[in-house]
Design a protein around this ligand. Sequence first.
Ligand code: ADP
Length: 491
Amino acid sequence: MKTIFDQFRVLRSFKLRIFIIIILVGMIPSSIMKIGILNNHADAEIDKHISGMESQAKIVVNQLLNYNYLEDTTSEVMNAELNQLSNLYDGRILIIDQNFKIIKDTFDISQGKIMISEEVIRSFKGEEITKHNLAGQYIEVVMPICITEDVEKVNEGNKKNDNSESLIRGVILFSVSTDRILAEEEELQREAEMLGLIMNVIILALALGIAIIILKPFDRVTEAISQVQEGYHDEITNVSDFLETEYIIEAFNQVLGKMNVVDESRKEFVSNVSHELKTPLTSMKVLADSLLAQEEVPNELYREFMVDIADEIDRENKIINDLLSLVKMDKKVANLNIEEININALMELILKRLRPIAVKQEVELIYESLRTVIAEVDEVKLTLAISNLIENGIKYNSDNGWVKVLLDADHQFFTLEISDSGIGISEEAIEHIFERFYRVDKSHSREIGGTGIGLAITRSAVIVHKGSIRVSSVEEEGTTFYVKIPLSYIV
Ligand code: ADP
């Protein structure tokens, strides 16, 4: 099933994701902050108003008693005070006497009327009530007008019934509309919204800018890679904005380097193969031409030349066969035919096959086995590898020389030491002998039928068995190859 990311490739864009992350990181906190600040501000404003109204009402209550306002409402000072306070809060103050009669209304509307409301009655019982009604959009402070303690003491002698109700001379009702606060809040909200909008636009622009700037080097990397792909350059040189892009480029250049090496070795291989195959052909052409150039060639000469031509054909054949073996060997694990083989028996067989060549070269073949070895190997490939080593020991030997094969094993590997008393290999040459077509002495090797591919085949065969091969040699003394192969084939 295709995911949404597969359907809309743009969603997988790193640039888009960075853009979104910056927007989220920028916008979410600022929005939360805005909402939090605005809400708190509205609540704090209302609380401030309420506590202001309460303390003002208390002051007024004291003044009303001092001016004996409940008995006589003519006090100009008091009236001015009440009007000033109601103006200050943009509210309304009602003073109600013990008979529930409104003796003062700062709006001058309800003076003389009777006011019986739940709050007023409760307040006459001594309660101080503060009501904040959001729906009605007003704040109401209702407070009893009580005689202060001093007044109480003066009155104490005259009053027989001392109950608290008798001390309450009236009630003050101070109401303020919250419209103004709300309007201020709305204004603040509008400003905050405007500011938020500007901030969001800035964040958006920043996010876009940062996403583009941050990813610019990656665009440059892509461009540089395309240039390599199109063949303008062999490697990427100059994209070093970020450490990360530098790593990418380094890794890419390393891959390129490896590819170049592979390409070079492929070219070299092709040119070597062509050269090797051409040599016998050139010889044949020379032989044939020289026959054709002569008239009435004697029969014996014909025979002699034909023998040479047949030798060259044999040689061509050998090179092609070796090449085929090498290619097969390179085809990795899939082509391996692993079986449990008795290595001692296999060694006997290989030596039996090679003995005639050794006899011909007058080289003694010695075989020593320290234990019975059973291992999981590909018989054909291993035979080819070991035969090559022993054959080389015979080929590059001196008169009356010897080649010794020693087989041993531990619980994990079996080892083969193939040593000879031959011509040895120089120090400079030894590191190249496993290369394809490498021969220490070209003409000598050619004389004795070498193609330079034998050791490359041997090395590949050992490696596909997950084994190892090493060599040590002293010129004019001899050479030893050490082969180590696991007893159990490891996939
Ligand atoms: P070739 O077909 O020429 O023998 P190889 O790949 O088998 O090719 O060997 C590469 C070269 O290594 C040989 O040409 C030879 O010079 C050198 N060489 C290999 N084995 C021995 C050995 N046992 N003693 C001396 N030189 C050796």
